[in-house]
Design a protein around this ligand. Sequence first.
Ligand code: ADP
Ligand code: MG
Length: 220
Amino acid sequence: MNKQNVISIKNLNKIYFKNSSKSINALNNLNLEVKEGEIFGLLGPNGAGKSTFINILAGITIKSSGFVNVWGFDLDKNPRQVRASIGIVPQEINVDPFFSPKKLLELQAGLYGIKKKNRITDTILKLVSLEKQKNSYTRSLSGGMKRRLLVAKALVHQPPIIILDEPTAGVDVELRGNLWKNVKSLNEQGVTVILTTHYISEAEEMCDRIGILNKGSLAA
Ligand code: ADP
Ligand code: MG
């Protein structure tokens, strides 16, 4: 049986204007489909447009033109539903150092309007192996733990799709393996995964399908 597309991108363009004379075509008529239940790798060199693509899905960056459909929702008509359907693990680590992992996840759940009784904070902490650290200051966590906490944060609203932007940049080999285990187990539970990387070996090892992004369009 054919799997359904959970993300469908048509002729997506993003032009950044630096000043009146200079502009950058970060995305150039990008066409892309991601199928339900797969791990899709978006591979490309620095500056290829990977983060721009993800930030458009996240609602952080506004597209210049084109169509984005996520989980059956059109980004122009239902931006909220698009955002509710995805959990994003950003490229930059940006967690408040003075909150504990548990507190941080509770705050995030609050932001999404999830009632106390419907929260799965402890389950998520277990999934990313941060149970022991759940009440420690985030600033005392290692780099790999902080990244796993970002993964946890993206899971709070139980999205069917999770997107990781360069998840292993600056993460050591052991923790990288750990992170992959987490991602695989999420995928086995039915979550569709998209990850970006500039390491071809990583993409080959982890992903069911790979798209190569170069200068804002899909090369293969
Ligand atoms: P990647 O994540 O693949 O490294 P990016 O999406 O970050 O690529 O960047 C794609 C291109 O867009 C680059 O040329 C980058 O300099 C440019 N760019 C990204 N963000 C901005 C921005 N906020 N303003 C202007 N140019 C940007
Ligand atoms: Mg990037």
